[in-house]
Ligand binder design. Sequence first.
Ligand SMILES: C[S@@+](CC[C@H](N)C(=O)[O-])C[C@H]1O[C@@H](n2cnc3c(N)ncnc32)[C@H](O)[C@@H]1O
Length: 390
Amino acid sequence: MEIPAHYRGREQALIKHQLLETYLYKLFMIVGQHQPTISYVDCFAGPWQVASDDMSDTSIGRSLSTMKNCLESLRDMGHNVRFRALFIEKDVTAYHRLRGYLDSLDTPVETESFHGEFYNVRHKILDWCGPAGFTFFFVDPLGWKGIVEVPTLEPFLQRPNSEFLINFMFEFILRAHDIRKHEKDMIAIFGQVPQTDDMTPDQKESYLVNLYRANLKRVQPLRGGKPRSVTVPIQRPGKNRTLYHLVYLTRHPLGIVKFMEASEPLDFVQKAVRIQAKHDKKIETTGQCELFGALENVKIEQGNVPISVVKEYWLRQLTSQPQLFGIDKLADMLEETGWFESNFQEAFHELQREGKAKNLDDAEKSKRRKKFVHFDANRNCGERLAKVIR
Ligand SMILES: C[S@@+](CC[C@H](N)C(=O)[O-])C[C@H]1O[C@@H](n2cnc3c(N)ncnc32)[C@H](O)[C@@H]1O
């Protein structure tokens, strides 16, 4: 895969847009089968750093084309779903460009835009959403102040039937989190002043992100399902360092499963971006163009979490008494570890082959190729798994 020209130099936006598009498609196709109206709110719309004429490299263009595709596919399946989209932008030039684009569009999606500061128009946004219809909020700012703090987002977090994708500007927050003058802001973000002395960079990252996720969930209402969240780290192009985290928040276990499914190929793209950047640098310094494309090399680099670690995790979950492993349990496992379903499938298969675990509902007795546990079987209640004690 070559990185599209429009995204060169801002590959992190490509990864963000791919995730947004892939996940929105899966989400709307599920939600659209039982909800008459779907609303989408892009709270920091842009356009920003746009290189295409048709907005195909912006969240505006990509979300609208996804909604149109879903609306048409759902209609073919006999579901007439009303799609509504709201875009907020504070910069006057960007706002006029946004408005002009929306006015020029011929789309079955109902569109609206507000010009203003997100903080000031929060209640207007909520009025537009209405009290109960399904709404997806995309929060993609340039900074954090007056935006990602939990009290700022609280009126949205308390809304029922809502999902969120929040760009948590990790690089900025990491720099600010232990500076005394930001203490109040940190309490608003994390619910406490984070203590990260003596932590390694990796420990700091997971501690801070987990603290933020927990604080977001804390203010969600008790009714409406258990609050759940996962996060996808997006790296600075060409560097092995996190630029931001895309924090996803839902009340549905299936949302977690589908979101992680949408994220998995991005891991591959991030590695491709890293290799492409190294490759570009080499051309710059040596003047030599290498013959391979970015992705050919990725296959060699693949493999995140060691399978032995996932197997150990499985053995801690399994008991000698068979237990059902369904979507709910899978969502718990994905949330807790941040791994992908494929990691769990592969590790379970290996435990089965080693005679350390069994699937009592695997009628094909491991003729399966990729999915060794059908978490979605039996109406998402799953299959009976057990540890083999010898
Ligand atoms: C990261 S860009 C958005 C990119 C867009 N979501 C995309 O993926 O194509 C953030 C946008 O939010 C706007 N913005 C920044 N602060 C804002 C605020 N407080 N309220 C509303 N818009 C804001 C900026 O002008 C910029 O266009």
